[in-house]
Ligand binder design. Structure first.
Ligand SMILES: Cc1cc2nc3c(=O)[nH]c(=O)nc-3n(C[C@H](O)[C@H](O)[C@H](O)COP(=O)(O)OP(=O)(O)OC[C@H]3O[C@@H](n4cnc5c(N)ncnc54)[C@H](O)[C@@H]3O)c2cc1C
Length: 395
């Protein structure tokens, strides 16, 4: 594919790709836009896959990020079933599996990530991961009332699946290697608050005791934990982390670490190549942060589009670690960083009320905010942190 008109090629067919295409048009990108996806369906949103879509309460149409009409209106050419497998930067050309090479003037890499599945779980027919709409469809069929469900990994996707499974009357046990859920995002103290809330809903936890062995041939029938306990299971869902889809960039000289290394504006070490979304990582203050959240992905898409359209304003970007999740029908929101031995102060509500805003403090300084079912009050306390302002405990 060659063209005299400037053209941007976006590799990926998820949120990052769609939001980048939309933002390019918002910022008056006049060239052609091609979007390549290795999936065979129109772009869809992933958060509902572990929530209403998994419950069977929303349809394929509900989760679409773009309709055919919207794509046409934006003048975006979507190439489904097109997997990028190589890149020649000197020739500005992508290699596509089983197809013609595609040239670009600007290239946006938005290939996302895939779930990690440890070897012990591979090839077993009752083991699930959750990343794609097909994964959610399979899991929705598998979750039957009274099924004994073992969820390996207490990250936010694992906890969301746990809340769906318990509402479908399954018997749910969450197994986590660390001492509490969500530790990487919000630390032990807040993680334990979330754990206790889930326990009130009937979900059992085995924290600090990873799966050491699995039993069963074709299908797993028991998970053995390092504590020696054996948990009988009918279904196992593994949510122990993700790996970025950047393998195909290995020989290209682009900076790669946990993801494609980008600055806060999505720029890589090649001025014609950008990264957006879960495929990327950003090195800030000497720390490598992968993205892995919806809001950060959409913000990043806008910044990349602005750079491509020559509108970068170099406004400092705050890495505020904001994310949201829906569990047991309630919105959980978090922003900030939790230090060692934080003081937790409830400024409104309490876990017992299943509605609260908790401030996480280092001395008098607020470093993080966690809210359950209270988005309005969350905003009040979270906004200063989101703006990067130093915040003290209210008196
Ligand atoms: C089940 C689930 C629930 C979530 N819930 C929340 C939530 O509640 N809150 C929150 O903040 N975030 C949530 N997230 C995270 C959020 O959905 C992601 O951050 C977001 O989807 C990232 O978008 P992306 O486009 O970077 O990646 P993806 O959505 O993974 O899209 C990447 C696309 O690229 C395609 N692709 C990969 N390799 C190639 C290739 N070589 N060539 C062509 N195409 C390729 C993939 O097939 C895919 O279509 C959730 C994620 C999942 C999986």
């Amino acid at each position: 594919m060659a063209s005299d008109i400037e053209h941007a090629v976006i590799v990926g067919g998820g949120l990052a790709a769609v939001r980048t295409a939309q933002a390019l048009r918002d910022h008056a990108y006049a060239g052609k836009i091609f979007m390549l996806s290795d999936e065979n369906e129109l772009p869809y949103d992933r958060p509902p896959l572990s929530k209403n879509y998994l419950l069977g309460k929303s349809t394929d149409e509900n989760i679409r990020l773009m309709t055919v009409e919207a794509l046409a209106e934006l003048k975006v050419e979507l190439l489904l079933g097109h997997k990028a497998i190589g890149l020649d930067r000197a020739a500005q050309k992508l290699t596509v599996q089983g197809g013609d090479a595609i040239t670009y003037d600007q290239l946006v890499i938005a290939t996302g990530a895939r779930p990690i599945l440890p070897t012990m779980f591979q090839g077993k027919k009752n083991v699930h991961v959750l990343r794609s709409a097909d994964d959610a469809r399979r899991l929705n069929k598998a979750l039957q009332a009274k099924s004994r469900v073992g969820i390996v990994g207490a990250g936010f996707i694992g906890l969301e699946i746990a809340s769906v499974a318990i509402s479908l009357d399954c018997e749910v046990t969450v197994i986590e290697a660390a001492e509490a859920p969500l530790i990487r995002s919000m630390g032990v103290e807040l993680g334990k608050i979330i754990q206790q809330w889930h326990e009130t809903k009937g979900i059992r936890f085995r924290c600090g005791s990873p799966v050491s062995q699995v039993h069963g041939d074709d299908a797993l029938n028991a998970l053995e934990l390092s504590s020696g306990e054996s948990l009988p299971v009918d279904i196992v869902i593994v949510g122990v982390g993700q790996k970025t889809n950047i393998d195909w960039l290995a020989e290209t000289g682009l900076g790669l670490h946990h993801g494609l290394i980008c600055d806060v504006h999505g720029r890589t070490n090649d001025p014609l190549i950008f990264g957006v979304g879960d495929a990327t990582c950003c090195h800030m203050d000497g720390v490598c942060s992968p993205t892995f959240h919806w809001t950060i992905t959409t913000d990043q898409a806008t910044r990349v589009a602005k750079v491509i359209c020559g509108k970068s304003d170099e406004v400092p970007v705050i890495d505020d670690h904001y994310f949201w999740s829906d569990q047991h029908g309630s919105r959980l929101q978090f922003v900030g960083k939790v230090g060692a031995n934080p003081r937790i102060v409830y400024v409104t509500g309490s876990p017992a009320e299943e509605k609260f805003v908790a401030l996480c403090c280092n001395g008098e300084e607020v470093t993080a905010v966690l809210s359950l079912a209270n988005p309005r009050e969350f905003l009040r306390y979270a906004m200063p942190l989101r703006r990067g302002e130093r915040t003290l405990l209210p008196t």
